[in-house]
Design a protein around this ligand. Sequence first.
Ligand code: WQD
Length: 346
Amino acid sequence: MKERILVTGGTGYIGSHTVVELQNAGYEVIIIDNLSNSSADVVDNIEQVTGIRPAFEKLDCLDFAGLDAMFGKYKGIKAIIHFAASKAVGESVQKPLLYYRNNLGSLINLLELMPKHGVEGIVFSSSCTVYGQPDPENLPVTEKAPIKKAESPYGNTKQINEEIIRDTIASGAPITSILLRYFNPIGAHPTALLGELPNGVPQNLIPYLTQTAIGIREKLTVFGDDYNTPDGSCIRDFINVVDLAKAHVVAIDRILSKKQKDKVEVFNIGTGRGLSVLELIHAFEKATGVKLNYEIGKRRAGDIEQVWADPALANEELGWKAETSIEDTLRSAWNWQLKLRERGIQ
Ligand code: WQD
């Protein structure tokens, strides 16, 4: 068994897939999650996938004393992957203080406790939202592209948290960090035992799409076909969630083997390929044989027109590359939706 890794938000969508990959790589995983947007059953499903039950504590990262006690209970945690955060863009506009409190307070607590408990490094879930709409000459976007003013309090918490980590490490804290800027994570585990389970009406494209395909929603609205893109719909870099999870394992290996070139490193985690919303819909229909009911609607406020990653740095430095085809990824999302119906969940 390799080192102990703490995964905050480990029962969530990306967190649960990452726990599986960490276990597959031999790490011992401790999950903490306040279950605000996930369920403890996910721990059972992780165990079904890997045959290993990760330790789980229901704990909120805002609970400083609780975190301190948890580090005391699970001695020798070597690194943290910090997923736990509020993540609904629209809600963050309505409830900015909730977002600033949760997302900033959680990270600050962890950073304060790391040196006391000998934790060496932290991988932080950042986002391509930090780039806003890159200027055309900066597409595909590299890590050197300028950080643009955030479009939402949610996006702002990602930017501020990156700064908090940089400032803390610059002040001499005995830790290192890797910031992973995710593009648009989609898909589910190939076993269909883990996937994305949004509360209520989905805001993100893929859960809305698969819920429409299965008949929970009547029709998918494509938010705008009058953008300055080849087919007029927005362009994104859709990254398979298992591929994304694997990037975290590589980042943890790099921290613990002290291979980092800087105490804070940042990597884009994307495929390098931009796909439009309409192209994605057609790829889904082709991959699954399911016809999708959709219509063109108005633009959604705050949407970025087009963004996709230049993942060269992650490819070269981390030796990580997105591998799963878009067809397999879309099939996995569809299989997950079918499995949810089988389980009577949706
Ligand atoms: C993708 C595209 C929509 C729904 C946001 C966050 C990002 C990340 C993921 C994490 C856009 C279009 C969507 C629909 C549509 N964060 N769309 N009809 O906005 O790129 O990224 O979520 O949690 O940080 O900013 O993702 O999936 O909402 O939208 O046409 O019903 O699909 O307009 O072009 P987005 P998304």
